[in-house]
Design a protein around this ligand. Structure first.
Ligand SMILES: NC(=O)c1ccc[n+]([C@@H]2O[C@H](COP(=O)([O-])OP(=O)(O)OC[C@H]3O[C@@H](n4cnc5c(N)ncnc54)[C@H](OP(=O)(O)O)[C@@H]3O)[C@@H](O)[C@H]2O)c1
Length: 249
């Protein structure tokens, strides 16, 4: 923790695999001290070791983002431990897919709770430390489902779409404080979240994507790392689709 006063500190939720892991690695490669969070402590410890072996700095702070008291506590703890919090990436997310006709109240509420309310909680907790530092980068991971909708994902698409409004409001409130807030909206990315999709759905997704393939987590992580950087200071309140051209208009 000795040089954390110089290094910018980034907190990434859902960092145990997929897009969150790739994002954490990209931020560490850019010289950030990255706090890795998720529930799978063993995975986080392994990623931390790999980041350190590559010359980066990382720490592990397990948290279940569905426990909002614990999530706010996580953000406060990181800001307290390192006396700063510069970058917050709200990446952890879940799906509970069902056609709306059959979607239960619980399926709807669970996704809104995990994918939307948690982001509000974490962002709010991050603002004071970022304001103290007069610098901050908040990146919320949305989805193309939130832009164009997706059959079977009314809950998920609603939560991801709402991140746009939340993030734009936050961007307006914080622009004068040196804090930017943006959404990165991935298309179909090769992760655990998409691997169990039926082959027919995967084929349809490839066809709907201009580049004709699924994206890699690293391709999303690179976009997040750019928005988290010094050079992205004039970009705020935006939704950046990283989707191989799926939603271009
Ligand atoms: N893959 C895609 O095609 C795609 C497309 C658009 C948007 N996205 C979004 O991108 C983000 C990452 O998705 P992914 O594809 O990388 O998913 P993934 O491979 O399923 O990974 C999800 C991550 O979130 C964590 N997580 C899930 N529930 C959690 C909870 N209750 N508390 C704490 N951490 C939790 C998981 O860690 P633990 O299980 O260890 O807790 C894991 O690290 C999500 O917000 C997702 O909606 C993905």
């Amino acid at each position: 923790m000795s040089d954390s006063t110089q290094r910018r500190v980034a907190l990434v939720t859902g960092a145990s695999r997929g897009i969150g892991e790739a994002t954490a690695r990209a931020l560490a490669a850019d010289g950030r001290l990255v706090v890795l969070s998720a529930r799978s402590t063993d995975r986080l410890e392994a990623i931390k070791s790999q980041i350190e072996a590559d010359g980066g700095q990382a720490a592990v702070q397990p948290c279940d983002i569905a426990d909002h008291e614990a999530l706010a506590g996580l953000v406060e703890q990181v800001a307290g431990d390192y006396k700063r919090l510069d970058v917050l990436v709200n990446n952890a997310g879940i799906t509970r897919d069902n056609l709306m006709l059959r979607m239960s109240d619980e399926e709807f509420d669970e996704v809104i709770h995990a994918n939307l309310r948690s982001v509000f909680i974490a962002c709010r907790a991050a603002l004071r430390p970022m304001m103290r530092g007069k610098w901050g980068r908040i990146i919320n991971i949305g989805s193309v489902s939130g832009l164009v909708g997706n059959a079977g994902q009314a809950n998920y698409a609603a939560a991801k779409a709402a991140l746009g409004g939340l993030t734009r409001s936050l961007a307006r409130e914080m622009a004068s404080k040196g804090i930017t807030a943006n959404v990165v909206a991935p298309g179909f990315i090769e992760t655990g979240m998409t691997e169990s999709l039926p082959e027919q759905v995967k084929q349809g997704a490839r066809q709907a994507t201009a580049v004709g393939r699924f994206g890699q987590p690293e391709e999303v992580g690179a976009a997040v790392a750019f928005l988290a950087g010094e050079q992205a200071s004039y970009i705020t309140g935006q939704v950046l689709a990283v989707d191989g051209g799926m939603t271009m208009c």
